[in-house]
Design a protein around this ligand. Structure first.
Ligand code: GLA
Length: 381
């Protein structure tokens, strides 16, 4: 049984690509605790692709690369658990991982057992090199059965990049989260495209299986594996702080998994404060985890409302265009016609300031690449 809220953690891929090491994971676990990330809710430390040797051993088992992980995965899990955190690992439903290490196809049960013996807590399960004759849905079901039979609670983080409409079947195969998007790159258009691709899937991110909009790039500023050196990253400029604020606000309020991809040992103070923004995290981790209600979507602008368990609402306005804009939200579109006499008291979540009490409509400005988040409480008639 898991807390029925989106998973929070850190993953090695965005910054370190296929080069995770024991030292990196230990230092990251240390930093997650020392710099307040654990306290803010980040729990999983996830080793992505590149942790194993190119071939399995003579018994068909994975071998952790002894140069990268000289003490083995079990010892690393002990260390991470000693910090009050959980260890995640990576494998793939295909015959090889995306970086061409061995995949779990036809090894699902022995791999799950090996992860359980190592005391692993979370499995990211990717989709590269998947045989054409096989069925994705069925192989995710097979790994799910293997995890449930392995004798340990292992969080099943499926990752088939949103292919084959996973929102229609990932819940039924027992996944706890599923990647609903292709890979993120550290540039604003990439994050904006991912966010917009989720607008007609907003109703799908709900307990106990959450949309994973991919690891955050917040705080990377162009450095790292999916940064400006990635040949796929055609952006000329790294993200600005505003771009990251928008990304984190959207991932939080849209109910995505919150998995940091930057190097937590060296994230700037302002980006650390953003990643630890208690109010945004509380919206993401709200006890009811309601998926948002889309109010409007016009071009690069959209607005959604999320009902909160304390009978307030979260109101999110995004403007992903390059120009500042003014909008006037008509409350009838929120289900609050002026004839009700009910007004909304709005507080700006990012600044903590009172925006005022509004009836009928709410005019506001949204900066370029901007997102404004308000917590609204009802003022009865
Ligand atoms: C795929 C996944 C990424 C990462 C890499 C590893 O591209 O979508 O998140 O895990 O594989 O090779």
């Amino acid at each position: 049984m898991y807390t029925p809220t989106p998973p929070m953690g850190w993953n090695s891929w965005n910054t370190f690509g296929p080069m995770p090491t024991d030292r990196l994971i230990r230092e990251t676990a240390d930093a997650i605790v020392a710099l307040g990330y654990r306290e803010a809710g980040y729990e999983y430390v996830i080793i992505d692709d590149g942790w194993m040797l190119r071939e399995r051993d003579e018994n068909g088992l994975f071998v952790a690369d002894p140069e990268k992980f000289p003490y083995g995965i079990g010892a690393l899990a002990d260390y991470v658990h000693g910090k009050g955190l959980k260890l995640g690992i990576y494998s793939c439903a295909g015959t090889r991982t995306c970086a061409r290490y061995p995949g779990s196809f036809d090894h699902e049960f022995s791999d799950a057992k090996q992860f359980a013996q190592w005391q692993v807590d979370y499995l990211k399960y990717d989709f590269c090199n998947f045989p054409k004759s096989a069925k994705g849905r069925q192989r995710y079901q097979t790994m799910s059965m293997a995890l449930r039979a392995c004798g340990r609670d292992i969080y099943f983080a499926a990752c088939n990049w949103g292919l084959e409409s996973p929102e229609t079947w990932m819940r039924s195969v027992g996944a706890n989260s599923y990647r609903s998007t292709p890979d993120i790159l550290d540039n604003f258009p990439s994050a904006a495209e991912i966010a917009q691709s989720q607008l007609n899937l907003l109703h799908c991110s709900a307990a106990p299986c959450f949309n994973d909009m991919d690891m955050l790039t917040v705080g990377m500023f162009g450095k790292g594996h999916v940064g400006l050196n990635d040949p796929n990253n055609k952006a000329l400029a790294a993200c600005m702080e505003q771009d990251y604020v928008t990304q984190f606000a959207l991932w939080s309020c849209m109910g995505s998994a919150l998995i940091i991809g930057a190097d937590v040992r060296s994230i700037s103070d302002s980006m650390r404060r953003l990643l630890q923004n208690r109010e945004l995290i509380a919206i993401n981790q709200d006890a009811e985890c309601r998926c948002p209600y889309l109010v409007y979507h016009e071009g690069a602008q959209f607005c959604f409302l999320k009902h909160m368990s304390d009978h307030t609402v979260t109101l999110v306005y995004a403007n992903l265009s390059d120009e500042e804009t003014e909008v006037d939200c008509i409350f009838a579109d929120l289900g609050l016609p002026c004839t009700s006499g009910v007004r909304l008291r709005l507080r700006d979540v990012m600044t903590g300031e009172d925006e005022g009490v509004f009836s009928d409509h709410h005019p506001l400005e949204i900066p370029a690449h901007g997102c404004r988040v308000f917590r609204g409480s009802f003022v009865p008639a």
